[in-house]
Ligand binder design. Structure first.
Ligand SMILES: NC(=O)c1ccc[n+]([C@@H]2O[C@H](COP(=O)([O-])OP(=O)(O)OC[C@H]3O[C@@H](n4cnc5c(N)ncnc54)[C@H](O)[C@@H]3O)[C@@H](O)[C@H]2O)c1
Length: 339
């Protein structure tokens, strides 16, 4: 890949792994992140410390909701590619903290789009989410399905990102690809996600909270598989289809240079099987407290990834057992935890 790649949210879980991989591939990467305190900021700083060891990486503490600061980064580096991962993540947090989502996911995203308009880029890839499928019942979830029934503000902001991206692709010819991630897990992961807090609680003998009495399924996707997909997509620049017809071509493409993909494992795992796998890797049985479904949650996620298979030969290859083993190995090493 020629030119600078700008990664927003570079100190985050997916951003960190993506930047590591891009640097390994010899790319020039600029990372920005506001290092907010949504979860342990030390973890973000430690990720950055590793990235900063590479001279091809430049980091700037920037909040994407600040237009001037975003423009300054684009003016200085003139990125060829932009990968926008900075966002306020988390479904449950959005019920109590709506404006964190408005600031980062709506205002921040418009600032990125406006900067791409002013300083043209070859390709803008941005994070959407499986949560856009909201109350949909038909699975596997397909990008051909309607996603007009979000059940959390987080999901609504991600769906809004896709709409905003389409408008900018159409009006200003900015090629955009939106990625609907499905429950990404792995080393250096997010402490607010269940697999992380389960590990912490099981190791310290505290009971884990099992929502909806365990009757949930998630299409858990290992981080290396996700990063592989993103990297392959960088040069897969969506083309406008002048003869676009939604009845034949589907709603994930357009007359504009716009594309939406699911990026998941295509293999939903019942929550209890996931917990069993984690117990087996940890060699310890969890104490469990069974609770009702939480507001904003969905029962099942399951990605139809046929577009991604067709376009970039995407084949996630990490089993839950292998992925959890790698996560637990990292966790024990990082937190010096005893099993
Ligand atoms: N991890 C998953 O399972 C998952 C699933 C679906 C979608 N996503 C999306 O993928 C992206 C990356 O997720 P992640 O798991 O790495 O989350 P993360 O929280 O670890 O990473 C996001 C990073 O963005 C930064 N950030 C937040 N708001 C910012 C702002 N206004 N300006 C600058 N930086 C800001 C945070 O400090 C954080 O380091 C997010 O957009 C998220 O919504 C993730």
């Amino acid at each position: 890949m020629e030119g600078v790649i700008l990664v927003t949210g570079a100190a985050g879980f997916i951003g960190f792994h993506l930047v590591q991989r891009l640097l390994k591939d010899g790319c020039d990467v600029v990372g920005i992140d506001n290092l907010n305190e949504y979860y342990d900021i030390q973890l973000k700083k430690d990720r950055l410390k590793l990235l900063n060891e590479n001279n091809n990486f430049a980091f700037h503490k920037v909040d994407i909701k600040e237009k001037k600061a975003v423009d300054h980064i684009f003016e200085t580096y003139r990125p060829t590619y932009v990968i926008n991962l900075a966002a306020q993540a988390g479904v449950r947090y959005s019920i109590e903290n709506p404006y964190a989502y408005v600031d980062s996911n709506l205002v921040g995203f418009v600032n990125i789009l406006e900067a791409c308009r002013r300083y043209p880029v070859k390709h803008l890839i941005y994070a959407s989410s499986s949560s856009v499928y909201g109350g949909n019942k038909v699975s596997p979830f397909s990008t051909g399905h309607n996603v007009d029934h979000p059940v959390s503000l987080y999901a609504a902001t991600k769906k809004a990102n896709e709409l905003l991206a389409h408008t900018y692709s159409h009006l200003f010819g900015i090629p955009t690809t939106g990625l609907r991630f499905f429950t990404v897990y792995g080393p250096w992961g997010r402490p607010d996600m269940a697999y992380f807090s389960f590990t912490k609680d099981i190791l310290s003998g505290k009971p884990i909270k099992v929502f909806n009495h365990g009757k949930m399924e998630r299409d858990f996707t290992y981080i290396d598989d996700i990063v592989d997909g993103i990297v392959k997509l960088i040069d897969k620049i969506p083309m406008p289809n002048k003869n676009w017809d939604e009845t034949k071509d589907g709603i994930s493409t357009s007359f504009a240079p716009y594309k939406i993909y699911n990026i998941g494992n295509n293999n939903p795992v019942p929550l209890m099987n996931f917990i069993n796998a984690l117990e087996s890797v940890l060699g310890k049985v969890a104490k469990k407290v069974y609770l009702d479904m939480q507001p904003g949650d969905v029962l099942k996620t399951y990605a139809d990834i046929s577009d991604l298979e067709r376009d970039i030969n995407f084949k996630p290859s990490t089993s839950i057992e292998e992925g959890l083993r790698k996560f637990v190995d990292w966790y024990k090493e990082y937190y010096k935890a005893e099993v």
